[in-house]
Design a protein around this ligand. Structure first.
Ligand SMILES: CC(C)(COP(=O)(O)OP(=O)(O)OC[C@H]1O[C@@H](n2cnc3c(N)ncnc32)[C@H](O)[C@@H]1OP(=O)(O)O)[C@@H](O)C(=O)NCCC(=O)NCCS
Length: 78
């Protein structure tokens, strides 16, 4: 799921079915997301990964993403 609220682009819940992982589909999904956000004039894309999910952090770092060193806050409304 990719969104753009006019300030930042966001990638949420990007995932590849386990049987199709490590075949290049994750990279293709991220590249397509970046392509579409760029087309919309977006200058930066953000995403959140649990800090314990080291594999996924490694994946995004490999694709050029960097730790922004910000604290993510959330509040459940229901
Ligand atoms: C993360 C995920 C999307 C990766 O998808 P994938 O299809 O397996 O990834 P790809 O095969 O496209 O890998 C792309 C590149 O990243 C590299 N890579 C993948 N995982 C890596 C890791 N942990 N560390 C370093 N590089 C990694 C691959 O070697 C590949 O490199 P290359 O294109 O330069 O040869 C997939 O593992 C997944 O769906 N995980 C579970 C869902 C999840 O937790 N999503 C995140 C929620 S925030």
């Amino acid at each position: 799921m990719v969104g753009y609220e006019g300030h930042r682009g966001w990638i949420n819940y990007l995932a590849v079915l386990p049987e199709y992982q490590k075949k290049g589909y994750g990279r293709k999904l991220v590249e397509k997301a970046v392509e579409e956000l760029t087309r919309l004039g977006c200058l930066k894309v953000n995403l959140q990964v649990r800090e314990t999910n080291l594999y996924v952090i490694g994946f995004y770092k490999h694709l050029g993403f960097k730790d922004d060193h910000v604290t993510s806050l959330g509040k459940r409304l229901k």
